[in-house]
Design a binder for this molecule. Structure first.
Ligand SMILES: *[C@@H]1O[C@H](CO)[C@@H](O)[C@H](O)[C@H]1NC(C)=O
Length: 200
């Protein structure tokens, strides 16, 4: 269950501006699915967090979440963590790439940066932020606590998106102090439908 991560990515991809409002509805209750065609050592979401203490409630205006998640990813506190995101669109039976791609070289440096688009949707609601600012996703066993909050799955966009089925792919990769990539990469996808929101 990773709605908050999904929103983090969504906010990062879609520039805030006045325009059409879109809604994203998650395709299935499990929220995340595994990436296809990845090397066998690549882990899914369960390789990063133990989510069993997070509570999600689907409501009319979004998803209300509360609780905590525990980092299970086995990397080192001094590692650099890179986040790669990409969005694919399902078109005539196949997944097609879109221009929505992003690369965050050091997510742990900017996790609590108020100027980042994921701040309001995600980081702001972490109650033990002073601690997580330091440990980020890098210390196995550390607990990331959330206040109870509702994330809205509605957003505006200055660009036009085709309605339809999309997959948001997230990849987290850790690099040691010498810049060598660790083999336990994380990859998962969040699938859903983008639709234009009607006004009135
Ligand atoms: C996180 O750490 C940076 C750098 O030390 C600091 O400027 C910032 O205020 C910290 N933010 C939080 C939420 O603790």
């Amino acid at each position: 269950m990773n709605q908050q991560l999904f929103l983090l990515v969504l906010m990062a991809f879609i520039p805030h501006s006045i325009g059409v409002n879109y809604e994203f509805s998650l395709e299935d209750e499990r929220v995340t699915s595994d990436c296809q065609n990845e090397p066998p050592e690549t882990l899914n979401i369960d390789g990063m967090f133990d989510m069993s203490n997070m509570n999600f409630e689907m409501a009319e205006d979004g998803v209300t979440l509360s609780g905590y998640k525990t980092v299970v990813w086995d990397i080192q506190p001094t590692d650099r963590v890179e986040l790669q995101g990409s969005v694919q669109h399902y078109d005539r039976g196949t997944w097609q790439p879109t221009t929505l791609n992003m690369l965050v070289k050091n997510i742990c440096h900017v996790l609590f940066d108020k100027k980042q688009m994921w701040y309001n949707a995600y980081s702001k609601h972490i109650t033990n932020s002073a601690h997580i600012n330091d440990t980020c996703f890098r210390v196995k066993g550390s607990v990331i606590e959330f206040e109870t909050y509702t994330i809205s799955l509605e957003f505006g966009s200055g660009m036009s998106l085709q309605s339809g089925r999309y997959a948001i792919r997230l990849k987290f990769r850790a690099f040691d102090k010498d810049g060598k990539i660790r083999p336990n990469e994380i990859c998962f996808e969040i699938k859903g439908q983008f639709s234009k929101k009607s006004f009135g």
